[in-house]
Design a protein around this ligand. Structure first.
Ligand SMILES: Cc1cc2nc3c(=O)[nH]c(=O)nc-3n(C[C@H](O)[C@H](O)[C@H](O)COP(=O)(O)OP(=O)(O)OC[C@H]3O[C@@H](n4cnc5c(N)ncnc54)[C@H](O)[C@@H]3O)c2cc1C
Length: 247
């Protein structure tokens, strides 16, 4: 997969702090400099003051201010299974590559055997990989070779048959029914910092599937550069917390 930042709110932590200070000030934040807005917060310089306030907000569950900054990310080559998990999050906005308007008629089915077009899960080639609800534990090399053969033959045959249906004049929107759920998709998604923390609570957790966990970790790396105080705090104090009903 490829995860790329497209756009993000400039200076997100200034936005978070200004919005939060608005709640507790008699004056109007729109009339004051950021230094004035932050004057009563503990800390030597402006960065230390932001650390104090952001830490306070997150530790007290005051998450509203984190809804103001937003980021937009492009994701390439996740499976449609992963997309189905991701798009359950209702406060994230998505644009998903269409299989009605995009026909994968130029993919060489032989290349599908090498990992093109369909995501290959690590369990297809790693004998020690243990997934959720797996019937057995680690397996020997011979078994995993057989797994890889069955998987590879199945997905490349699906792509061949999909292309055959296109050649027989079937619309891509119907021919796609024979493609595997591991078929790759590209998408663009936008969410705010609060939602990102919620998605990470659920999808970076150990009980999530490896693919969405990997994607979430990549998004968290982007978030750590974009909104550093918030996501350093999240990483240190909140990540891996027990799932809750609400963020
Ligand atoms: C490990 C794992 C396994 C899963 N297995 C399954 C499964 O087998 N089948 C399945 O269908 N789903 C499954 N899910 C998806 C899961 O049930 C949620 O639908 C998904 O993670 C979206 O998260 P969310 O419910 O927090 O909602 P989000 O859409 O992310 O919304 C964020 C928060 O907003 C609030 N909210 C949003 N909409 C409403 C609403 N209409 N009413 C009240 N509050 C709302 C809630 O507090 C919610 O937590 C699984 C998720 C995980 C992490």
């Amino acid at each position: 997969m490829d995860v790329t930042l497209l756009e993000a709110t400039e200076d997100p932590e200034r936005v978070i702090c200004t919005a939060a200070r608005n709640d507790y000030m008699s004056g109007f934040v729109g009339d004051q400099s950021f230094e004035e807005v932050m004057a009563s917060i503990d800390g030597e310089g402006i960065e230390e003051k932001q650390e104090t306030l952001i830490g306070h907000l997150l530790s007290h569950g005051h998450f509203g201010p984190f809804e103001h900054p937003q980021l937009t990310i492009a994701v390439k080559g996740i499976s449609r299974a992963c997309m189905a998990q991701l798009t359950r999050h209702r406060h994230v906005s998505f644009d998903v590559q269409s299989m009605r308007y995009v026909a994968f008629d130029d993919v060489d089915p032989a290349e599908v055997r090498n990992g093109e077009m369909v995501v290959v899960p690590p369990s297809a080639s790693d004998p020690n990989w243990i997934g959720r609800n797996q019937k057995s534990g680690a397996v020997d090399e011979e078994t995993v070779r057989e797994r890889e053969r069955v998987f590879t033959e199945s997905v490349s045959r699906s792509v061949e048959e999909y292309q055959e249906l296109l050649e027989l004049g079937m619309a891509p929107e119907d021919a796609r029914f024979v493609l595997p759920i591991g078929t790759e998709v590209n998408l663009v998604m936008s969410m705010n910092a609060r939602m990102l923390m919620h998605v990470a609570d659920m999808r970076a957790a150990a009980d999530s599937q490896w693919e969405i966990r990997e994607l979430t970790e990549e998004v968290l790396d982007i978030a750590a550069d974009w909104c550093p105080i918030t996501f350093a705090y999240y990483d240190e104090h909140m990540k891996g917390r027990k799932n809750r009903l609400a963020p």
